[in-house]
Design a protein. Structure first.
Length: 242
């Protein structure tokens, strides 16, 4: 009996991928390669950053701000407590939210002392000028530190950030707004200690200018390099006072 011859199946023709589609695929593969390279670089950078911390090199975003109560007490600067009288204009006794930053200001009145500026805030309680202003701390021309508002209460200093920041006003001898060496050293000490006390990273220290665009503190707005140096000095202070 003769066998039937089987027909060979027809070959399927290869479908050609349109040129536009090929370009899309090539672009997608390129983007994927870039993303993978970036992810690898980020992992390597993170590991290097961790290694730097282990070697004792302060990293602005990772410096340890959690210290014991004993260390806090040992590190605390000398602060003169001169709290303002409760009133609607300079000490409204409103509770703050969780503190997430520290704002640096300058008093804008060359040659005036810390206590003179504190007394100005106190005088606002009359409401005669309907001015709302105050600050948690004032650093004076001789490095003295005056506290006007408890850190758990709002000070009228930093506009939209009044509710979650601590304000520090700083006295200056001249119109350029530059702080004297003794004032600067005291400011670094106070700011570094507040970072530990409130567990705020030095990277969260900002200028009034960064909140509202006001030219305050003047010298640090006009000299960005000096501002960066200040933040580095605070970071170094925290790293050295664990």
């Amino acid at each position: 009996m003769a066998q039937k011859t089987q027909k060979r199946p027809k070959r399927r023709k290869k479908r050609k991928i349109p040129a536009a589609r090929r370009k899309q695929i090539a672009l997608a593969l390129s983007i994927l390669a870039i993303l993978m390279a970036a992810a690898i670089a980020a992992i390597i950078g993170r590991d290097r950053g961790a290694a730097s911390v282990s070697r004792g090199i302060p990293q602005p975003d990772t410096v340890n701000v959690k210290v014991s109560d004993q260390v806090l007490e040992e590190n605390q600067p000398e602060i003169e407590l001169a709290l303002l009288t409760p009133n609607p204009y300079s000490r409204p006794q409103l509770a703050t939210d969780e503190i997430t930053g520290i704002v640096i200001h300058y008093v804008g009145n060359p040659g005036s002392s810390a206590m003179a500026n504190r007394d100005y805030f106190e005088g606002l309680k009359s409401g005669a000028n309907e001015t709302y202003a105050s600050s948690h701390f004032i650093v004076g021309l001789e490095g003295e530190i005056v506290q006007c508002i408890p850190t758990a209460e709002v000070a009228y200093a930093s506009n939209d950030r009044n509710h979650d920041t601590i304000a520090i006003e700083v006295c200056h001898p001249d119109k350029d707004g530059k702080f004297s060496d003794v004032t600067y050293a005291s400011l670094v000490h106070l700011t570094g200690w507040l970072c530990e006390y409130l567990e705020v990273q030095p990277s969260e220290i900002i200028r009034h200018y960064d909140v509202s665009g006001k030219k305050c503190p003047k010298y640090y707005v006009e000299h960005e390099d000096a501002w960066e140096t200040f933040k580095q000095d605070v970071t170094g202070w925290v790293a050295d006072h664990q």
